[in-house]
Ligand binder design. Sequence first.
Ligand SMILES: Cc1ncc(COP(=O)(O)O)c(C=O)c1O
Length: 481
Amino acid sequence: MTDHEPALSREGATSTDASGLQRAAGELGPETAGEPTAVYAAGLERLQRRDTRLDSYVDRYAARTHGMTASVIRALFSVANRPEVVSLAGGMPNISDLPLDVVGGALHDLVVSDGRRAMQYGSGQGEPVLREAICEVMKLEGISAHPDDVTVTVGSQQGLDLVTRLFCDPGDVVLCEAPSYVGALGVFRAYQCEVVHVAMDEHGLDPVALGEAVAALKAAGKKAKFLYTIPNFHNPAGVSQTLERRTRVLEIAQQADLLVVEDNPYGLLGFDGDPLPAMRSMDAERVVYLGSFSKTFAPGFRVGWVLAPHAVREKLVLAQESATLCPPTFSQYAVASYLHNHDWRGQIKIFREMYRERRDAMLAGLADHMPVGTSWTVPAGGFFVWLTLPPGLDSHAMLPRAVTARVAYVPGTGFYADGFGSRHLRLSYCFPTPERIIEGTRRLGEVMQYEADVLATFGTAVEGPGPRGDRLYDSPGANQR
Ligand SMILES: Cc1ncc(COP(=O)(O)O)c(C=O)c1O
């Protein structure tokens, strides 16, 4: 499996029915015909552990936990990890090109030369040496910032959590692209926010749809606390926002007095040319920027950051102190040492080439193997392709059959707060080899063709219209079959 289990639990927490996957796990098991495999048994045990009837604390949990349900994606892990399954599901960064001897040497030096400081508690805002280096990294996307305005977080995921904690009370509205990052939806659900999706297309978030959403909220006597957006190489949609749209979105935000939370973990992983200017570089007062070393270095250090207007930064540090006392000091020194002593820009270039090769394999595989009526986005960076199934096919229902055919993906429903997305699925090309990616698309194509044939023979329910104005839903990316 590409995303490791914690990463999937990070991404997961949406839908509940895992039984089809447990069955698929059983069908995959070669060991003893008719008997559950160890994987099946483990899955079953997990399922039973999740059964709230067995939970004597069930009446005591806070209301905010009610949205925290286990994901079908989590169940998927137990089977997709198996070597015979091509997993196009998880978004785990591919760090096989990272020079472990260099990183290992740096960690050794850190412990020997500065271990007592590096293993001590640190500042709640994060270590100054790292915050200075972060400002250098952000310059690549046109951001000029002072280290005082940076708060280090435990991955950008914690940044998102802290920002939501600062701004959102239960019932507050957050605007998000349709679809949106499943880990963000999990945070918004945990803080009991109301998510309002805004349409996007192959050029990213649609400013007209944003204007309409803001107006509709106003007419209903509401105002969004912020717009959460992923302008570069979107997870899961794979598309990027054009410069013109960034400008227009910021104009609308200004008119509506709307805060923008710009989540940018993939911005430096573009395949063509220089990165576009970050939205934060265009409006320092209105944009809270989330950054991460998870995709440009390694996710295991769990180092991300928030760049926020000064007043917000003060509150963020207080929130960080109450959450963690301080972000992990050792990780921060490790990342700072890597940035100082290694050619990190060259390393990002290596990562980019490796991901580009995999993206090309994915696009070639899709062009060769997808049934007529399928369409998909064409990413210019990042990890993901967003695929729209031929009418009538359901990505959630199809998943157990795909896993049985030894290919895994993430069904689209996890990326919407409102239950839509069953005609979509997310494919990740970041981890498998190009050959495996092509094989994965071949297997997926066969499953889809089979489903389409069954549908043509017997008919089945077709999902209703997409969310209001969801262009990616009805008329997705440039490539179609
Ligand atoms: C859009 C987006 N935001 C945030 C994150 C969280 O990343 P991390 O916490 O590792 O920095 C991810 C991880 O996949 C992501 O795709």
